[in-house]
Design a protein around this ligand. Structure first.
Ligand code: ZN
Length: 487
């Protein structure tokens, strides 16, 4: 048996002014894809899954970029044509595994995953079995469902089961090829658009939903069950939660089970409302804490959700309240260059952060000592993305009063212990750690922290969705509209 593997992944924040241009994509071609083997990544799981089942792997093309704004039409076409071209060149195959995100938006393609699948179908035909892996934050559309044979989605947030879900997809795809199963999918989408902060799968309301979903799989009521929290910051008609149930040939049962899960969340929609303490309160609290480290979560600048990673509200407050042994990471290539020019152990005067747009605080003027300069490369400790390399570009640590400011050239996904270790800071030794995140940080930091405080910062990751000028989502939708209706 021969499976082609490939993909194209991006989580698109359509309100972001940071254009996700071609140079922002990390591209792997042919055998280069195999470097993901063994990692907690969809490609890693797809490769490992094929190897375990002695399925021949035909690696095609894969591109991924850090979450940010809409992808230009030319970039999308370039990437899609290379993906499709490489798939075409590898035929014949028995099946295809595509690692997609589910909340990708390109100019002219608001449902980018459906556009990808449509284009792939043109090359491989309507009968080729295609398994798609999606992120928990996928905004799943009926078009995606119609074009795929199998869809699996991470069951966890933070995403600790990424590779496992891809292996599941490979297993199901193999059964399809062997004609042991005939999957049918039912998609149910009640009008609910929760922010990331309330989507953590180990706590309610998502915890019970996942338990019931796993119960359906364990009892063989369904082949696979997806509960997707969705990505609220993509202004597209399919934004919001999705319940997708796949059964072996029984549409009625699939629909009933998906509706059952949707009703569970609908009944507890009040739990989808998020509220956090102010920046000043949170910093005061963290400084007064008797056990460390306290993690201050800059929810408004949630890098994993497509924000710039250069917000300054918490930095300014840490300096104002004279915090000590506090560490914050800020993407600011200009300040990195100034720190490099100054050199290690020397003093430097900087205007830090707040430069990408007007939504994430003003630049903070400060004087500090350059403590370290690195190439910004490290490997994820995980659990999320364990084994996957990260590249922050040239990076400098500047210490100002009691605050370590890790300045990176490109924004980097937070919450992995190796990020700070790579610049010589042991996260466990700090009193205060600021992470620009919502939930992702918990996988790495929860084992070492005393406490986490989610902070009501402004910005593109704000938990108050009424701050965004939506034009394309379904209305009414909860919690933006109080009176959303669902049968
Ligand atoms: Zn996600």
């Amino acid at each position: 048996m021969r499976f082609i593997i490939g993909g194209l992944m991006h989580e698109t924040h359509t309100f972001s002014s940071e254009i996700t241009s071609l140079d922002r994509f990390d591209i792997s071609r042919g055998a280069e894809l195999l470097q993901y083997a063994g990692s907690n990544h969809s490609l890693g799981g797809a490769i490992d899954g094929c190897r375990e089942r002695t399925i021949d792997i035909l690696p095609a093309f894969f591109a991924i970029a850090t979450p940010a704004g809409t992808i230009p039409a030319t970039t999308f076409t370039t990437l899609l044509e290379e993906l499709v071209g490489s798939i075409g060149a590898l035929l014949p195959a028995d099946g295809i595994v595509l690692a997609l995100h589910g909340a990708m938006v390109a100019e002219g393609a608001p449902d980018a995953e459906a556009a990808i699948l449509e284009r792939v179908r043109k090359v491989v035909g309507l009968t080729m079995p295609i398994a798609v892996t999606l992120d928990f934050h996928a905004n799943i559309s009926q078009r995606m469902v119609d074009l795929a044979t199998i869809i699996t989605t991470y069951d966890t947030y933070p995403h600790v089961d990424i590779a496992e879900r891809a292996r599941e997809a490979v297993g199901l795809l193999e059964q399809v090829v062997r004609q042991e199963i005939a999957p049918v999918m039912a998609l149910v989408k009640p009008p609910l658009i929760p922010v990331p902060q309330v989507q953590q799968t180990s706590i309610e309301p998502f915890c019970s939903l996942m338990a019931r979903a796993h119960d359906m799989e364990a009892k063989n009521e369904a082949l696979t069950v997806t509960v997707a929290g969705g990505f609220a910051y993509s202004d597209v008609p399919d934004a919001g939660v999705s319940f997708l149930v796949t059964t072996d040939g029984n549409r009625e049962i699939a629909e009933a089970l998906a509706t059952e899960l949707a009703a569970m969340l609908w009944e507890r929609q009040e739990m989808l409302i998020a509220a956090n303490p102010s920046v000043a309160e949170a910093v005061t609290d963290a400084i007064a804490a008797e056990e460390w480290p306290v993690v201050l979560v800059d929810v408004g600048d949630n890098v994993g959700g497509g924000t710039p990673g250069d917000a300054t509200e918490i930095l300014a407050e840490l300096l104002r309240q004279r915090a000590v042994d506090a560490t914050i990471v800020i993407a600011d290539p200009e300040s990195v260059q100034q720190a490099i020019l100054a050199g290690v152990r020397n003093e430097v005067r900087l205007r830090v952060g707040g430069k990408v747009d007007q939504l994430h605080g003003d630049p903070v003027e400060l004087t500090g000592t350059v403590v370290a300069i690195t190439d910004g490369r490290w490997i994820h400790a995980g659990p999320e993305n364990a084994g996957v390399p990260a590249d922050m570009g040239p990076t400098a640590v500047v210490r100002s009063e009691g605050v370590n400011i890790v300045l990176t050239s490109v924004k980097s996904m937070p919450g992995d212990l190796n990020q700070l270790r790579s610049v010589g800071i042991d996260p466990a030794s700090q009193r205060i750690l600021v992470v620009k995140a919502s939930v992702r940080w918990r996988g790495g930091y929860e084992p070492i922290m005393a406490r986490g405080i989610l902070v009501d910062t402004s910005g593109l990751g704000s938990v108050d969705l009424s701050r965004f000028a939506y034009r394309s989502i379904r209305r009414p939708i909860f919690p933006i509209d109080e009176r959303a209706e669902w049968p």
